[in-house]
Design a binder for this molecule. Structure first.
Ligand code: FE
Ligand code: FE
Ligand code: FE
Length: 168
């Protein structure tokens, strides 16, 4: 059973594993976002993806700082969950044959990504505090706040006309 049986013996190992998981995920998201910017038609949605692309670059830097503060080697581990979410996003968005429906599909897919990130940051923050690393927790909290704000902004954009246009 992969990492679970082999590499994770302690809470410390689990924290580092989870950090590498989200580090990999953020880097995959960074690769996926330019395509989402391109595909979005609604100007607010396009701007929202652009903004989150810049935020994600900063999030990767913060994670690298967390690795340094924790004295762990900066590296990613495969995250089949984010790979699956992004693969599904590709298929769902690719299947939309109308611009308005595509915007709704982009929001639908992006919110799945944000929710994955939110669960990971929630655990990482709690564990960083438990492990006596409040500076790590603070950096992770900044990432979490951006994911939560992005999720809310996506809901607002969906409800401010994108969904209605897609349904028309
Ligand atoms: Fe992120
Ligand atoms: Fe994962
Ligand atoms: Fe995000």
């Amino acid at each position: 059973m992969g990492w679970w049986s082999k590499d994770v013996h302690s809470m410390n190992d689990l924290f580092v594993h989870a950090l590498r998981d989200i580090y990999y995920a953020e880097n995959q998201i960074l690769k996926a976002l330019p395509d989402m910017v391109d595909k979005a038609t609604d100007p607010l949605l396009k701007q929202g993806f652009e903004k989150h692309l810049h935020e994600t670059e900063g999030q990767v830097k913060r994670l690298e700082e967390v690795f340094r503060l924790y004295d762990a080697e900066i590296q990613g581990v495969d995250c089949p969950a984010i790979d699956g979410i992004l693969e599904e996003a590709d298929t769902t968005v690719g299947d939309a044959d109308n611009k308005d429906v595509m915007d709704s599909a982009l929001i639908f897919s992006a919110q799945a990504v944000e929710h994955y990130e939110i669960t990971r940051y929630g655990s990482l923050i709690a564990w960083a505090k438990l492990l006596g690393k409040p500076e790590c927790a603070r950096l992770l909290e900044q990432n979490l706040a951006e994911e939560v704000a992005t999720d809310k902004a996506l809901s607002q954009i969906a409800e401010s006309g994108v969904n209605q246009r897609a349904a028309a």
